[in-house]
Design a protein around this ligand. Structure first.
Ligand code: DQA
Length: 151
């Protein structure tokens, strides 16, 4: 039986538009456009349509999350530095009634202490970190099986 098609929102927070030239020893050499293209291709194989967005603004990310209600079946979010500071993004995700996967290119737990706390983790279904851009693909796979389980 063909899998049900779903719309998935992929959100990226501040400074992720600088990937490729931003601390490549930590974040790798892939640009955000490379990651978006990989997600687009893989999403097609999974039967997903994706909307891949980036914003440097906390308020805009909150608005995107609010607008996801009713429009998307799942959210993948790399909130960048807002992961460690944003009660507003935490609250917006709490209102959403769709599965949320938190992604980080690096492994924040292996870095500075200020990166060890996440406001996203308590409101996410799960977190994928430390696998570079491949983490987004892993997150799409996780959403595929979660949404299949929901039926
Ligand atoms: C990040 C980790 C955050 O601590 C950092 O502020 C980022 C990127 C990651 O993808 O590894 O901007 O979310």
């Amino acid at each position: 039986m063909p899998k049900q098609r779903h719309n998935i929102l992929i959100l990226n927070g501040p400074n992720l538009n600088m990937l490729g030239s931003r601390e490549p020893e930590i974040y790798g050499i892939q640009t955000l456009t490379d990651i978006a293209n990989d997600c687009e291709e893989y999403a097609g194989e999974l039967g997903f349509t994706i909307d891949f967005r980036q914003s440097n603004s906390e308020g805009e990310l909150v608005t995107f999350i609010q607008q996801a209600r009713g429009a998307f079946s799942g959210l993948v979010i790399n909130a960048g530095a807002y992961t460690h500071t944003s009660v507003a993004i935490h609250d917006a995700i709490k209102i959403l009634e769709i599965p949320v996967i938190e992604v980080h290119l690096s492994n924040p737990q292996a870095r500075e202490a200020f990166r060890h706390h996440s406001y996203i983790s308590p409101v996410a279904k799960g977190t994928i970190c430390g696998f570079g851009g491949h983490g987004y693909i892993l997150a799409l796979n996780a959403l595929r099986s979660l949404l299949d389980d929901e039926g």
